[in-house]
Ligand binder design. Structure first.
Ligand SMILES: *[C@@H]1O[C@H](CO)[C@@H](O)[C@H](O)[C@H]1NC(C)=O
Ligand SMILES: *[C@@H]1O[C@H](CO)[C@@H](O)[C@H](O)[C@H]1NC(C)=O
Ligand SMILES: *[C@@H]1O[C@H](CO)[C@@H](O)[C@H](O)[C@H]1NC(C)=O
Ligand SMILES: *[C@@H]1O[C@H](CO)[C@@H](O)[C@H](O)[C@H]1NC(C)=O
Ligand SMILES: *[C@@H]1O[C@H](CO)[C@@H](O)[C@H](O)[C@H]1NC(C)=O
Ligand SMILES: *[C@@H]1O[C@H](CO)[C@@H](O)[C@H](O)[C@H]1NC(C)=O
Length: 315
């Protein structure tokens, strides 16, 4: 009998080969405090899940925020519902079909456990605007299908792992804004391969952006939005030879980062529309080509630097 019970326990457990989505979600729900007269997650209970077959393995399509496809839960979206609680994100580890997990704009706290790495179908992870804290596990690099990672506006105070991040070849948008992440920004930029939207602003990153051309992957081709403002960088602006690599850049914000030195010619940045470098130690003549070639420029902020020359943009 003991052996039988053990099998039952492990068979339905979170890290089993075949995840039981209903059980996982009910475990997950235990961490959520939703105590109002008409609870948001009132629909999340077994009797209300007639689709659940024997063993409760099927997808509870009527549960609020749950999206089903072919009997598996493919998305859990609980954005902006005023929910709170110390979440056990690891309870979802068995949900091998889960593509989207979006909990943005609640008051959740909790950690991101290494078990997040089991969510092998995950494409879209949005925990923004909560109170998540603690370290980001290196197992994040196991999420090879990840397209969108948004951890912005939380209480993360750890190093952001760079090892293995280059395996995330599908990662297009990474938003870490307004946390206390630290780490070497050069190492992270060298690891991000195909990212289009990179927001590391308002953190404690160190390092420099004057990387060698050789250390860049394909990020130069793909990056359109890059915001590194309000960090603790050092070193100079992008090197002359790497400027050419970032040819699709539309928005660059390096304000208040502590970089210093000359700005090279930006001739090749035809798509640039927003260029902010305020509050640094940049000097030399105004980069003239900003005026000539970049017809799409909408906003330039060079204030609080040591630039000389007349600029129609300076404030
Ligand atoms: C996942 O989220 C993205 C972005 O919000 C959306 O386009 C996509 O349809 C979602 N996928 C599922 C399976 O819900
Ligand atoms: C990340 O989340 C924040 C807050 O929810 C939102 O404002 C921001 O646009 C998101 N970032 C991306 C890249 O979608
Ligand atoms: C963030 O974490 C710090 C300590 O690590 C704590 O003092 C603070 O209250 C936390 N903030 C929120 C909003 O949870
Ligand atoms: C860059 O990030 C800062 C801080 O998060 C924000 O205030 C600023 O608007 C962003 N810049 C651009 C150009 O989006
Ligand atoms: C960041 O990494 C680069 C390349 O790995 C290294 O040269 C540099 O010294 C590092 N900077 C800091 C502040 O650790
Ligand atoms: C920067 O590179 C361009 C061509 O890529 C070259 O014409 C120019 O002389 C270089 N400027 C400096 C200061 O090295």
């Amino acid at each position: 009998l003991h052996v039988f019970l053990l099998l039952l326990v492990f068979g339905g457990g979170g890290s089993g080969a075949r995840g039981d989505d209903v059980s996982a979600l009910l475990e997950f729900k235990k961490g959520i405090s939703d105590r109002r007269r008409d609870p948001v997650l009132g629909s999340w209970s077994r009797p209300d899940a007639p689709e659940a077959g024997a063993g409760g393995g099927a997808c509870p399509a009527r549960w609020r925020g749950v999206v089903c496809d072919g009997g598996a839960v493919v998305a859990v979206a609980l954005d902006g519902l005023g929910l709170a609680g110390e979440l056990k994100v690891g309870t979802l580890a068995g949900m091998r079909g889960l593509q989207n997990l979006s909990l943005a704009g609640n008051a959740f706290s909790g950690r991101l456990p290494p078990a997040i790495g089991y969510l092998s179908s995950l494409r879209h992870l949005d925990l923004s605007g909560n109170r998540f804290y603690g370290p980001i596990p290196g197992r994040l690099a196991d999420l090879s299908g990840l397209v969108h990672l948004n951890l912005s506006y939380n209480n993360f105070t750890s190093g952001f792992p760079t090892d293995g991040i280059r395996e995330l070849q599908n990662l297009r948008r990474i938003d870490l804004r307004r946390n206390s992440f630290w780490g070497n920004v050069s190492d992270l930029l060298a690891e991000l391969r195909n990212a289009e939207h990179i927001d590391l602003s308002d953190n404690q990153f160190t390092g420099a952006v004057d990387l060698e051309l050789a250390s860049l992957t394909s990020i130069g081709n793909t990056a359109r939005y890059m915001n590194l403002s309000h960090n603790r960088l050092a070193g100079g602006f992008f090197r002359n030879e790497t400027v050419g690599a970032f040819k699709n850049l539309e928005v660059l914000d390096l304000s208040n980062t502590g970089i210093a030195g000359m700005v090279p010619r930006l001739d090749s940045w035809f798509s640039l529309s927003v260029f902010r470098v305020a509050g640094n130690g940049l000097f030399g003549m105004m980069p003239e080509t900003l005026l000539h070639n970049s017809m799409r420029l909408l906003e330039v902020d060079l204030s609080r630097n040591g630039f000389s020359g007349i600029s129609p943009f300076s404030q």
